[in-house]
Ligand binder design. Structure first.
Ligand code: GDD
Length: 413
């Protein structure tokens, strides 16, 4: 049995996504008309359809947003995709691996229905996905490669072009995990999270397949951290004792400041485990982790600007995965549609409007006569009045754009 886990973070994460994340949890922000998290969930569903006997038992969203923010979405997506989707709320952030470990008992537990088919009752794989990445999630191919490699985990990686790094070098290079893999076996040989200087042109895409052994690895990090914290407590106590004995103020000072020296590692709670720094880095080169390289599209969604680009990428993907979601513009009563466009069934678009490419129009939006929309996201309850032009922009919930207005980002995104 396979379980998918999507790490959705919480309100203290994703601050770069402001102001959009003030109104709605970032994972629910619409890209191509569907909540961001909808795309990885649908990809998990596609894995299930690609194998002869479906064995995707459950999709878990793990985060520390309020439970009620996900209740509606989780029940509607479960019935739409016919896969049980459940939101699991952490009481505090546990890190990208600690969050997974926090719910290990629930994830590992046997499903009473599937237990009937004994071979499906055993959890064989965990598909672990970051919520804020945009790609085609090549999970069936990754799963096949993972089985072939026989390791504990397989990481999706992408080669970024030299041009990519030249364009935004220092800024961009240190936003990802960079890694080196064996070109023949694909074993992960070296991994550095957000390095200061260039390490490799292969980056971690935040898409993984693990065996349940990942839980043992996370537990190992947590135990090690507890042991170190205990040791530190003992040694700082001993330092204090000897300093008192010597009654030497200078020694006391230096030893205390030394023991109180707080690097990030020391201040991390013992149950806070990061997948990248704490698991991937130390396990590299130990024949436990392997890589699967994608040649398809991949982007990270950290800023509102990136959501426009990712919305366009998902709209283009709909041509293959969900053509029924793309507006056709057929018929005399419908607007002129250019390229990939999504229009929510409750939105009203005037037949003389010209929409596209790369436009998504959300629920209850009203688009007036002669309006021109290019590469934009129109959110719920927006009104765009006659002859307005909106290009390369996100129009926020309930906004109203006046007649003949022109809304345009000053540079291409
Ligand atoms: N539930 C939960 N709890 N989720 C979390 C937590 C937590 O405490 N911390 C982070 N996450 C989620 C985020 O919402 C995101 O989906 C994912 O875990 C990774 O977030 P970060 O740990 O903040 O890493 P990052 O996004 O800056 O970088 C990671 O992803 C890149 C690809 O987008 C790293 O793995 C990079 O190496 C990688 O290139």
């Amino acid at each position: 049995r396979v379980v998918a886990v999507i790490m959705v973070g919480g309100p203290t994460k994703g601050t770069r996504f402001r102001p959009l994340s003030f109104n709605i949890p970032k994972p629910l922000f619409p890209l191509a008309g569907q909540p961001m998290v909808h795309h990885p969930i649908s990809a998990c569903k596609r894995v299930d359809c690609s194998i002869p006997i479906p064995n995707l038992a459950q999709v878990y969203l793990i985060g520390f947003y309020e439970e009620r923010e996900f209740t509606l979405y989780v029940s509607s997506i479960s019935s739409e995709l016919k896969v049980p989707v459940r939101y699991l709320r952490e009481d505090k952030p546990h890190g990208s691996a600690g969050g997974l470990y926090n719910f290990r008992d629930l994830i590992m537990e046997d499903d009473p229905v599937l237990i009937f088919y004994s071979s499906f009752s055993i959890l064989s794989h965990i598909v672990l996905l970051n919520c804020d990445v945009c790609c085609n999630f090549p999970l069936p191919d990754m799963l096949e490669a993972h089985r072939r490699y026989g390791g504990m985990g397989t990481i999706l990686v992408i080669k970024v072009s030299v041009y990519f790094f030249l364009q935004v070098s220092a800024e961009t290079a240190n936003q990802f995990g960079e890694l080196v893999a064996d070109p023949v076996t694909n074993e992960l040989l070296h991994y550095t999270e957000k390095p200061e200087t260039f390490v490799s042109d292969r980056i971690n895409c935040g898409v993984y397949i693990f065996t349940p052994d990942i839980f043992t690895a996370i537990q190992g990090v947590s135990t090690q951290r507890k042991d170190r914290a205990n040791l530190r407590r003992i040694s700082s106590f001993e330092a204090l004792q000897s300093a008192t004995k010597l009654a030497c103020a200078r020694i006391t000072c230096s030893k205390l400041s030394c023991s109180m020296w707080a690097n990030t590692e020391r201040t991390l709670p013992t149950d806070f485990v990061r997948l990248d720094q704490d698991i991937l880095s130390p396990l590299a080169g130990k024949k436990q982790l392997y890589t699967y390289e994608t040649l398809d599209f991949w982007e990270q969604i950290k800023t509102p600007g990136m959501s426009l680009k990712c919305s366009a990428l998902y709209l283009a993907q709909f041509r293959f995965t969900s053509p029924h979601l793309l507006a056709s513009g057929d018929g005399t009563k419908s607007a002129t549609i250019i390229g990939d466009v999504y229009v929510h069934p409750s939105a009203k678009v005037h037949p003389t409007a010209k929409i596209g490419p790369n436009v998504s129009i959300s629920a209850n939006a009203r688009v007036g006569a002669g309006v021109r929309l290019i590469s934009c996201i129109i959110l719920d309850d927006v009104e765009i009045k006659e002859n307005a032009v909106v290009m390369h922009a996100i129009v926020g919930w309930k906004s109203s754009i006046g007649k003949w207005s022109r809304v345009q980002e000053s540079r291409e995104i």
